[in-house]
Structure formats: C-alpha cells, structure tokens
Design a protein around this ligand. Structure first.
Ligand code: UDP
Length: 252
C-alpha cells in the first residue's frame, strides 16, 4: 500500500489567498492518494477557505488555532503546532510535510516524500522579489547520505541544520511513538520554536534526529530542485476599477 502523506498548510487572509489555496489544492489533487491536507487558520475557520477545501477533491481537515498571538514574526508557527498536536493526539500515520500556501511544488516532490522512512530532506531554491537571485538551502548528499549543507547569508548565524521549512518531512510516528525510533524522550512535545526567527526549522529537527546519519537525502543524490520557496508580498495588490470582491480577495 502507498504511504499516506500528511500535508500541513497554515493560511491567513490576504490578497490572493484564494488563488494560493486553489492552486495548492489542484496540485494536491494530482498526487496519488492517500493524502490528507491539514489546513490551519488563526482564531476562526473562514467560510471562504472551507468552500475551497470542499471543492478541492482532496481529503482534508480544516483546523483553527486559538493561541493568542500578536507577534507578526510568528508567520504560521502556532498554526503548524496546532497541526502537530492534532497528528499526535489522533495518532495519524503518515509522512508529515509543511507546505505553505504560496510556494511552488512539483509532483516529483510528493513522489519523493513516499520514499522517506524516518526523516527526509532536500535542497530548496528560495526566490526573493527584492533580490535577483535564487538561494539554495538544504543538504549536500552522496546518494541518500547527507554529507554537508548549502548555506546562505541567513545561515551565518550558527544553525545546526540548514533546512528550509519546506525542505524536510518526517514520519508522523516520531511524534506519538518515539520508542519505535529509539529517540531519547528528553523533550516530550516536539513543537516548532517561536522565539528565534530563522532557527525554527533547526530547533525542531534537533528534537527529531540526533545527526545527519539519521537523515535521508531525497531524491537520490539531492541534485534536483523539487520545490521553490517564494517570498511574496501580496498585501498591496491594486485591482482594476469597478471590480467587486469577496471579503477573502480584498487586500487587508
Ligand atoms: N501565514 C499565516 N499567518 C501569518 C503569516 C503567514 O498563516 O500571519 C502562513 C502563510 O499563509 C504561509 C506560511 O504561513 O502558508 C508562511 O508565510 P509566508 O509565505 O508569508 O512566510 P515566508 O515564507 O515569506 O517567510
């Protein structure tokens, strides 16, 4: 049987949100099942998102994160933690992947996720609107063995693992059955760190694996880009005169 994929997407209201969710939903629709899409909103579950999920043709759960947060730097962190708690609580079995609503994903990525046993990672290409260059972040591999890391300006701060939020996936049983993985249960709750920006990924990963020997580089050789992380600012979109918009499509 094919391994279940559990795709976690935090989302929030801004211009083009409907477009992002539709586009991601259509990609996920092309991935062979079983796939569960966990979409997490802040404070309230919106009708508009519910409508897109219902029409997506993808198996989904629509969750709400009620943790009070006014910190703009959190950018979806608490929502991802809500999904992790849900997976742990319900003992959902599958490969967990954090997919932001606004990034670009290939079908090869989802195919690669199914090869992961414990912890898989791969290089991600990051594109920023302001800079005219792509930055690589993620593992350098020999076959599926991780032997080094692509680093960038951000990484000059001492991070143990140079992995983007969209550049790794884990077996969900690590969250609720640590004994199976002979993982030291030092910190029982494996949540994303909300304190230091840029350290969230590495802090989380350090709780899940001890070192590179417990990682699997995918696809074989890690020499292909299978998803792109875009830093888009869609807040100040200007619409043509006379257009009417649903709440969801308005710039906030
Ligand atoms: N996000 C969210 N609430 C926020 C900011 C971001 O739910 O206040 C979500 C957003 O929809 C996306 C993910 O968190 O799925 C990452 O956000 P963004 O792409 O803006 O961050 P970046 O990748 O640019 O750091």
């Amino acid at each position: 049987p094919r391994k279940q994929l559990i795709v976690v997407t935090p989302t929030f209201t801004r211009a083009a949100q409907a477009y992002f969710l539709l586009r991601l939903g259509q990609v996920l629709r092309l991935v062979p099942p079983p796939l569960l899409w966990i979409v997490v909103e802040m404070n309230v579950v919106s009708m508009e998102t519910a409508d897109i999920l219902r029409k997506s043709g993808v198996m989904y759960r629509h969750l709400v994160c009620t943790k009070n947060s006014t910190d703009i730097k959190d950018r979806g962190v608490h929502q991802r933690n809500t999904a992790l708690e849900h997976i742990e609580h319900h003992k959902l079995d599958g490969i967990v992947y954090f997919a932001d609503d606004d990034n670009i994903y290939s079908l090869e990525l989802f195919h690669s996720l199914r090869q992961i046993r414990r912890f898989g990672t791969w290089p991600v290409a990051m594109l920023a609107q302001s800079k005219n260059k792509a930055i690589l972040e993620g593992p350098v591999c020999n076959g599926s063995q991780v032997i080094g890391w692509h680093t960038n300006e951000k990484s000059k701060r001492l991070r143990r693992f140079h992995v983007d939020m969209s550049g790794f996936a884990i077996n969900s049983t690590i969250l609720w059955d640590p004994k199976r993985w002979r993982r030291p249960t030092l910190r029982p709750i494996r949540q994303l760190d909300t304190v230091k920006e840029g350290f969230q990924e590495t802090t989380f990963i350090e709780q899940v694996v001890e070192d590179e020997s417990q990682m699997e580089g995918v696809p074989f050789g890690c020499s292909r880009i299978i998803n792109w992380h875009l830093h888009l600012e869609a807040r100040d979109l200007i619409y043509p005169k006379g257009w009417l918009f649903d709440k969801k499509l308005e710039a906030d």
